[in-house]
Design a protein around this ligand. Structure first.
Ligand code: NAG
Ligand code: NAG
Length: 146
């Protein structure tokens, strides 16, 4: 199977759990929540605070992972989904880390000008860290009602 397909499939598999979490209704900074119990949590900030349909956004992620991050092998990804998480909006964004970090060490990564698809009124954003051998290392998501 194509890797992007597997990636999306894993995201969809977590949907039933994720759907139990309430919408983010208030305005202000976007807050991310864990999407899978077996993966690490990362801190993610997005600029601008209110994402604008079809205008690129900058993502910064940081944290400490239980797996090593390997340059040119581990990827940072951002995927937008429709409100119920069933269909991706646009193409998943993927960027390889350009630095390696040992397990348990603080890491940070910035992704600039991540394309924003045409957004539905309510949409979800999944941010994940992926390793081709391990699979998803870290995953957070949010549901936004704009
Ligand atoms: C994203 O980062 C680039 C480069 O630093 C900057 O030019 C741009 O204004 C930033 N965009 C937002 C929405 O902050
Ligand atoms: C790692 O990140 C945490 C949380 O941001 C911070 O408190 C700690 O000082 C950092 N450790 C190092 C070695 O930078």
């Amino acid at each position: 199977m194509n890797r992007n397909f597997i990636f999306v499939f894993i995201l969809l598999a977590t949907f039933s759990m994720v759907n139990a979490i309430p919408h983010q209704l208030r305005k202000g900074k976007i807050k991310f929540h864990s999407c899978m119990s077996k993966t690490d949590i990362i801190d993610v900030t997005v600029k601008p605070d209110s994402i604008v349909s079809e205008y690129p956004a900058n993502y910064t992620a940081s944290g400490k992972l239980s797996h090593a991050i390997i340059a040119d092998k581990t990827t940072f990804g951002v995927t937008y989904f429709v409100a119920d998480g069933s269909v991706p909006l646009g193409d998943p964004y993927k960027q390889y880390f350009d630095k390696s970090y040992k397990a348990g060490k603080n890491f940070t990564i910035s992704a600039e000008d991540v394309p924003t698809p045409l957004l539905s009124k309510v949409y979800q954003i999944y941010v994940n860290i992926w390793d081709e051998e391990i699979g998803t290392i870290a995953c957070v998501f949010t549901k936004v009602n704009r």
